[in-house]
Design a protein around this ligand. Structure first.
Ligand SMILES: CC(C)(COP(=O)(O)OP(=O)(O)OC[C@H]1O[C@@H](n2cnc3c(N)ncnc32)[C@H](O)[C@@H]1OP(=O)(O)O)[C@@H](O)C(=O)NCCC(=O)NCCS
Length: 137
């Protein structure tokens, strides 16, 4: 029988351990693992989406909001060995549906140039101008 990949399960506000989100974040954004309180941080968000395969956290996105009509995509991340299978597109799809359901009218995201194909072509964001100040300088 042909080997079948386990199905990826997406859950809005799915349960997670701080350590597994931090491990995925460290892998995705190339930093060392710290003792970060994802639970506390995410409590302030509209929500988040977990993607699990074989119970392992393989994808995650945080949906921050202003308490009104604006929601903000943060920390879209997929495990390196699970990329280019459409997982992040599914995460954004669910984030979009839930933000709309919550009464948001706008979904924002900032991204670097190399991710334009992902956010604009694959996920359907419209490119706009945005501003940024580096507060560390
Ligand atoms: C960006 C990221 C979330 C994409 O996850 P993914 O599950 O591989 O994305 P998808 O499979 O849904 O990609 C759908 C399409 O988007 C585009 N795309 C995805 N990743 C891309 C990349 N790194 N560069 C350019 N285009 C990309 C492709 O067109 C892709 O379709 P294809 O595979 O048929 O060519 C993942 O690479 C990641 O975790 N990167 C590190 C963290 C990061 O930079 N996050 C974004 C913060 S703004």
């Amino acid at each position: 029988m042909a080997h079948q990949e386990p199905a990826t399960e997406y859950v809005w506000r799915g349960g997670f351990e701080n350590t597994e989100v931090e491990r995925l974040h460290a892998e995705a954004f190339d930093h060392s693992i710290i003792d970060y309180g994802w639970n506390g941080q995410l409590e302030r968000s509209l929500g988040w989406v977990t993607a699990r395969s074989d119970n392992l956290l393989v994808g995650f996105v945080n949906v921050a909001w202003d308490g009104g009509v604006h929601a903000f995509i943060l920390e879209t991340m997929v495990a390196i060995n699970q990329r280019r299978r459409g997982i992040a597109t599914q995460l954004i799809d669910r984030a979009r549906a839930k933000a709309r359901e919550a009464g948001c009218e706008w979904l924002h995201v900032d991204f670097e140039d190399h991710l334009e194909d992902f956010y604009v072509e694959a996920c359907g964001f419209r490119a706009t101008k945005a501003g940024l100040i580096d507060l560390t300088r």
